[in-house]
Design a protein. Structure first.
Lengths: 273, 378
């Protein structure tokens, strides 16, 4: 096949190249700016930083001066961990049931399972708050977990369903013809094959929970302070440089987690060839 | 991998449990999907240790029938009996029916050895029993060196051996083969057909092969059930099906054949005298009954026809348009004056080249047995 460099080819590469550069600049630029700012020697958030110092990180890790941030982080991690664990169970079960059924009602249910992703977070947060109030509950960490569970479950549901749709049903038929019961087949066949999908979804769900503002905004109180809310508060009042330092820590933590994830799923892919 | 290796008798004797396979009986099986009948009142007796091929075009119900035997589908009517036991109410995992699928359906995340051990582990065999048996099965299918590989690292033929070993490891009462050769290339296919036939014989397994490939069915089946529209059109040995097709559908589906129109002139001894529309007079034996003047269709396989230099009353004029020396066979394409194309196949003698093209005559070989059908059947 000969390739002629026509005008349309050229304009294609110019436009695509431009868009790609722009996207990378918009995505990566702010991250770099935040990281650089977090090492500033200045007392306020400014860019470019006048000098280099790790004072803000030292400040951030100081248990006395940043205790409220630490407790907010602990809350966020706790809520994210429990909500993700529950969501894994709920969403995997839902995806399994959905993949097995081909009724129209299942399709409708699928859409409703995905709806928390589409529904504006603020509306859902407000609705959840009113719902819990009507039921007579006071805001507590359990309600935060419940609220987050609803919002993050679709991430796991989606990735698990995707791995189930690629699942060859003949594998289960083979399993049955070899005398294996359903539970045995689930443990030895289905679960190992969909685990990468579940893990990927759980990762997304955990990050989404850690990052969630709208639901936490309505369902948290002073005792159940969440990290993003705390950061927002700091931003509004003091323009504290520790915000940049927190962002720096989060960015690094997520990058590390992503690399680990890729290694794990990449490994699984290689193992399951 | 392509040469047949000596059979390890020791390994196989230990695996062999029954000296004769169990018979399989399908009694009046009917299955309907929403709008129509997928299987229409099929009754079939498969003797112990026999391999029956369900042969037919896609949508003829052969796969549905297989899934009913396996228990993946519950038939609307009729019964499945394995040995002396009705299995209609048993779920697939309690029927002891082994399956080899077209795409082998090996568990991708497990090693070959774990794949083979799967059914043994599921029924609770001890680790050492499993290891022992896996070794034997690997040996039986000549895959000793591949136990630690993943299915993705194997060729199609190797995957099929593993699928077979996995199915046979649990000593199924019936073996079902669902288009097992479709994904293999031609040379490998023949090797695997021989291999499966060898194992099936050796284990005296009752087996059902589902296929749309008539050569495959002819090669390894003891009997062939040609299926069409949910029914068995003809059941017989490969030779019977090929030589004595009972219907035009079977005639056309199996092998290639030429079709002529003609008229019954009368009867001489045990043969009908037929005048073909092209003028030739053929004497044809049949068990069917025709009357003088009936319009008939006559079918003859390419190898039942021969090209002759001199015209006589059993020959008709043709024009040879193409001759292909296909290895040991010469295939002639000839055309009648009316424009119909006829295929003639003749064994090729060593050194014999394709004869020159041009006018010649076509007749039946000496012991040809063409088939008569009433014209209305066409």
């Amino acid at each position: 096949m000969t390739h002629r460099n026509t005008i349309s080819d050229q304009s294609y590469s110019v436009v695509m190249g431009g868009l790609a550069t722009l996207s990378v600049a918009i995505l990566v630029g702010p991250v770099i700016i935040v990281l650089l700012t977090s090492f500033t020697s200045s007392r306020v958030l400014t860019f470019p930083p006048p000098g280099f110092s790790i004072e803000w990180y030292r400040d951030l890790f100081d248990p006395v001066r940043s205790g409220h941030i630490h407790s907010a982080l602990a809350n966020s991690v706790w809520v994210a961990a429990i909500a993700t664990a529950l969501a894994v169970v709920v969403a995997t079960a839902a995806a399994l049931a959905m993949a097995r059924s081909n009724r129209a009602s299942a399709r409708a249910l699928e859409a409703s399972f995905m709806s928390p992703l589409i529904l504006p977070g603020l509306s859902y947060g407000l609705a959840a708050l009113m719902f819990f109030s009507i039921l007579g509950f006071r805001p507590s960490i359990n309600h935060l977990i419940a609220g987050h569970l609803v919002v993050i479950a679709p991430f796991i549901f989606r990735t698990t369903l995707a791995s189930l749709t690629q699942f060859n049903p003949a594998l289960l038929e083979s399993s049955a013809s070899l005398g294996a019961g359903r539970l045995y087949a689930f443990r030895r066949i289905t679960l190992p094959i969909i685990t990468p999908g579940i893990v990927a979804g759980a990762f997304l769900a955990f990050v989404a929970s850690m990052d969630n503002v709208p639901v936490s905004l309505f369902l948290s109180n002073a005792r159940t302070n969440m990290l993003p809310i705390r950061m927002w508060g700091m931003m509004e009042t003091t323009l504290d440089v520790r915000i940049a330092a927190i962002s720096g820590v989060i960015i690094v933590a997520v990058l590390v987690a992503m690399v680990v994830m890729d290694r794990l799923t990449g490994l699984t892919r290689r193992m399951s060839m | 991998m392509n040469q047949p290796l000596p059979v390890d008798q020791g390994a196989n004797a230990a695996i062999q449990r029954r000296s004769v396979g169990e018979p399989l009986t399908l009694d009046g099986i009917t299955h309907s999907y929403g709008d129509g009948l997928a299987v229409d009142d099929v009754t079939l007796q498969v003797a112990g240790g026999e391999l029956v091929a369900l042969l037919g075009p896609s949508g003829c119900g052969k796969s549905t029938l297989l899934r009913i035997v396996a228990g993946f589908l519950n038939q609307s009517q009729g019964h499945v009996k394995i040995g002396e036991r009705f299995v209609d109410s048993l779920p697939p995992n309690r029927r002891e029916v082994g399956i080899v699928f077209q795409n082998y359906a090996l568990f991708p995340h497990m090693t070959v050895a774990d794949n083979i051990a799967y059914g043994l582990d599921a029924r609770g065999d001890s680790r050492s029993d499993q290891r022992f048996r896996v070794e034997k099965m690997l040996k039986t299918v000549r895959m000793e060196d591949f136990g630690d590989r993943k299915p993705g690292q194997l060729s199609g033929g190797q995957q099929q051996r593993v699928a077979l070993a996995r199915a046979l490891a649990v000593q199924p009462r019936i073996l079902l083969l669902d288009e097992p050769f479709a994904a293999l290339d031609k040379n490998l296919r023949l090797d695997m057909q021989i291999e499966i036939k060898r194992l099936q014989r050796q284990f005296a397994l009752t087996a059902i092969l589902v296929t749309h490939d008539q050569e495959e069915a002819m090669a390894i089946a003891d009997r062939i059930a040609v299926m069409r529209k949910g029914r068995i059109e003809q059941l017989g040995t490969p030779v019977e099906i090929y030589d004595q097709p009972e219907t035009l559908f079977v005639n056309d589906f199996i092998g290639s054949s030429n079709r002529f129109e003609g008229e019954v002139l009368g009867r001489e001894a045990d043969r009908y005298v037929i005048r073909l529309d092209n003028g030739a007079i053929w004497h044809i034996a049949t068990s069917k009954t025709f009357s003088t003047g009936d319009a008939v269709l006559v079918t003859a396989r390419p190898e039942q026809l021969v090209l002759v230099d001199q015209p006589y009353d059993g020959a008709f004029a043709v024009e040879r348009t193409l001759s292909l020396p296909l290895g040991g066979t010469l295939i002639h394409d000839v055309e009648t004056p009316k424009g119909a194309t006829i295929k003639v196949a003749a064994p090729r003698r060593v050194g014999e080249a394709a004869p020159p093209l041009g006018p010649t005559h076509c007749a039946l070989t000496e012991n040809a047995a063409p088939i008569l059908f009433p014209k209305s059947a066409g």
